[in-house]
Design a protein. Structure first.
Ligand SMILES: Cc1cc2nc3c(=O)[nH]c(=O)nc-3n(C[C@H](O)[C@H](O)[C@H](O)COP(=O)(O)O)c2cc1C
Length: 354
């Protein structure tokens, strides 16, 4: 079942495994570096049917660290264009770009320096839905005014335009993991009482405006995906009911897939990430309320027997897998029936082509 093809826009995905976006914090001035060529050329050869490139900032202020990818100027556009041509020349599968604004998560150290805590030097003032801090020892963000919100909506559109120009097959909008759009969606962080805060409808407004604007400009064959927050895993946070409300609206706007993630609005929540396939039951609840849109999830899905069952029983359509590909980007070669081994490597494997 994992190997059952599925149509996504004009593309036929050869299986249900997608490479989940994974920040590398290895860019220079937002542009991809040699590290990205090395890292992504491994991933594109892995056998997964689609690749989502890591969270990429829509503005300088919207980065998490100084080394995040960004796509908001011409130089970055030139550098992304080279990267995409290179990747497509190795293996032609759909490649989407995850676009994001970090909001109050920004101005941080690299995760391997001082645990990714806020920068002390070369820092910048972050922006969010409210002036609530991420944690006690984090700086207070600026509460975005209406003009700033309009500007952010434009920045998402601008980055999406650039991504399509450089050759991406689609866009994934990041609405999870405590990034800015999530900071508007979650009552834990959004205490506004204007049209962008309060009721679930108002908290969803930014995400819907961003989506609508991008969708309007995408040509018919380009993919539009969403990384959704299924739950905040906190009392008073986003509930599954809220996320179903948003998912239905996103579907109406014409998104092509929804990947359900969760947690991350503050550092510690009640999410337990150690269980196999830990977001599948939540995803199934959301999927049952949606028709004609592909629904997937992410988080410990590498037990392929289990994944097969979950896909055959229609609990999900797509599996967004991350860490197993960092450990061994070739792990699917001997796990899937179809042969994804590059011809140049076949002699190293006993597996016969079926
Ligand atoms: C190194 C690393 C970087 C990540 N960066 C991103 C990111 O840029 N955007 C995102 O939505 N999730 C990000 N994630 C989360 C993954 O996409 C994935 O959802 C998560 O690791 C759970 O899937 P897994 O159990 O298959 O790894 C990252 C995870 C890792 C390990």
């Amino acid at each position: 079942m994992i190997e059952k093809k599925i149509k996504l826009k004009n593309n036929i995905l050869s299986n249900r495994i997608i490479i989940s976006p994974m920040c590398q914090y290895s860019s220079i001035n937002g542009s991809p570096t040699n590290w990205h060529y090395r890292h992504l050329s491994n991933l594109i050869l892995s056998g997964a049917s689609m690749l989502i490139i890591e969270s990429t900032a829509v503005s300088k202020r919207g980065r998490i660290t100084h080394n995040d990818l960004g796509l908001y100027n011409k130089i970055q556009e030139r550098d992304f264009s080279k990267l995409i041509k290179f990747l497509k020349s190795i293996r032609n599968i759909p490649i989407c770009l995850q676009i994001s604004h970090s909001g109050r998560k920004g101005s941080s150290n690299l995760p391997w320096i001082n645990y990714g805590n806020p920068l002390k030097k070369n820092k910048w003032k972050t922006i969010s839905s409210s002036n609530l801090k991420r944690d006690i020892d984090w700086p207070e963000p600026k509460k975005a005014n209406i003009n700033e919100i309009k500007k952010i909506i434009y920045q998402f559109e601008n980055t999406a335009d650039r991504a399509i120009r450089v050759g991406f097959d689609g866009i994934e909008i990041h609405m999870a993991h405590g990034y800015l759009i999530h900071q508007f969606l979650s009552p834990i962080c959004n205490n506004r009482n204007d049209e962008y805060g309060g009721s679930v409808k108002k908290r969803c407004r930014l995400s819907l405006e961003v989506t609508k604007n991008i969708k309007k400009k995408l040509s018919k064959n380009k993919i539009l995906g969403i990384r959704l927050t299924g739950s905040d895993h906190l009392d008073k946070g986003i509930s599954i009911k809220d996320s179903i409300f948003l998912a239905k609206k996103l579907k109406k706007l014409g998104v092509d897939y929804i990947c359900v993630s969760s947690g991350g609005i503050i550092k510690k929540t009640n999410l337990n990430i150690n269980k196999d396939a830990f977001r599948v039951s939540m995803t199934n609840k959301i999927k049952k309320n949606l028709k004609n849109v592909l629904v997937g999830t992410t988080g410990r899905l590498e037990n392929l027997k289990k994944l097969n069952k979950n896909i055959s029983s229609k609990k999900l359509d797509l599996a967004f897998i991350g860490r197993p590909f960092l450990k061994n980007s070739n792990w699917l070669y001997e796990s899937l029936d179809k042969n994804y081994i590059p011809k140049q490597y076949e002699k190293a494997f006993d597996k016969k082509v079926k």
